[in-house]
Design a protein around this ligand. Structure first.
Ligand code: BGC
Ligand code: CA
Length: 319
């Protein structure tokens, strides 16, 4: 790879994965046990599930806005015998919740939630936006200020015991996150900073330290949004108002670009049977009628062959 410095990034080609027409499509997560893509439409309070083998799509109505979802771990010996789908851990508008299985035959269903006591956030100032389960089975999710200008948000960690810890304060728009293979580095995007940062991390406690810049996105290229690491340790970042997903090498060099037919690109996840497909969510919100007419596919989910693979998702729950 050394000789490639200065070379133009490889251009990937996007195809439509599902015409979801979401207002704010976000937070895709690949369920490797059931081979389904799960994502949310935040303001609409909906969870989408697309069975990738059959193409069957189902919408689960949460009843409140839903900032992010993660998969729950199947508890061995559970009396209910949940099969392969153990349900979700969710960040709803003001806090966290758990659900039962989300697969089923009806295209439309209601999702009932068990609300957790902590945290309780002030929904007049912030709402939850993006989350992921960490390598140790804890749920990590953050808040963003409604007007995206005040650093009043935070990043939280929910332990399987139900206790909650604040990992980062002073966050303006909490967005993408991921963990290095050894669990000792945490990558995080606060969109308002225009950066992807890294922290040192103690895998046992989840505690973060030594925040530093890894990738800076020029304002005219968009705002860094969702992110994920691939199996090579490269950084994929979605560009809100940038109509693209980019891959950066661990040393910060731009080496792949996926252009999308929607300007507001929110997040991405690796999936497919070989984890070598990439799914990308997009949004329609805050667009004028004319701008939307110019991008009829905004809010849909896109797909490409990224030329590399990702890692299976972590699952929430005690190990
Ligand atoms: C959020 C949007 C926000 C955008 C800004 C997205 O992750 O879902 O509400 O406007 O980030 O970067
Ligand atoms: Ca996002």
């Amino acid at each position: 790879m050394g000789g490639r410095a200065g070379m133009r990034p490889v251009e990937l080609v996007a195809e439509l994965a599902y015409p979801a027409r979401a207002e704010l499509g976000e937070g895709p997560v690949w369920d490797d046990l059931t081979q389904a893509l799960v994502w949310v439409d935040i303001m609409a309070g909906r969870v989408h599930r697309l069975d990738w083998r059959s193409g069957f799509h189902r919408v689960l109505d949460v009843g409140v806005s839903v900032g992010a979802v993660g998969l729950r771990r199947i508890q061995p010996g559970s009396s209910k015998g949940p099969g392969l789908d153990a349900g979700l851990v969710l960040a709803v508008a003001d806090g966290f919740a758990l659900s039962g299985p989300i697969s089923g035959p009806e295209p439309l269903a209601e999702l009932s939630l068990e609300r957790l006591a902590e945290p309780s956030v002030d929904t007049s100032a912030v709402r939850f936006n993006e989350g992921k389960v960490d390598p140790e089975g804890r749920w990590c999710a953050g808040t963003m200020s409604w007007d995206e200008s005040e650093p009043v948000g935070a990043l939280y960690l929910l332990h399987p015991s139900g206790s909650v810890q604040r990992l980062v304060d002073g966050v303006t728009v909490s967005n993408g996150m991921d963990w290095s293979e050894d669990g000792r580095t945490f990558y995080y995007v606060d969109s308002a900073t225009g950066r992807v940062d890294a922290f040192d991390r103690d895998p046992e406690t989840g505690a973060l330290s030594a925040r530093r810049l890894v990738v800076e996105i020029a304002r005219q290229d968009g705002i860094p949004d969702g992110m994920t690491l691939d199996a090579e340790g490269c950084i994929w970042v979605a560009l809100w108002r940038g109509a693209a997903v980019r891959r950066y090498t661990p040393d910060g060099r731009l080496d792949r670009v996926l252009a999308l037919p929607a300007t507001k690109v929110t997040s991405m996840a690796f999936g497919g049977p070989g984890l070598d497909e990439l799914f990308v969510t997009t949004a329609r919100i805050m667009q004028s009628g004319r701008a939307l007419a110019a991008e009829p596919r905004a809010g849909d989910v896109f797909w490409c062959r990224p030329g590399t693979s990702g890692r299976p998702p972590f699952r929430y729950g005690a190990t």
